[in-house]
Design a protein. Sequence first.
Length: 73
Amino acid sequence: MRRKGILGKIELNEYIRQRIKEDFNVDDIHEASLKFLSQLKNRSCIGKYDPNVWGDYPRILKDYVKKKFNITL
């Protein structure tokens, strides 16, 4: 929402409904999650994370991965 400049201009739940319709062509969040998990299993559908497009990983994720797995993102 921040990237699209609509943060605070639309309800989060409404935005989620719009995105799952756009991204997965379904209305139900549970169906969308199943489709997403299916895509994760078939990695050819999902490209690599690009920080130039999506921004850096969140600090909380970096801290967790460092603590849990000793990996620096």
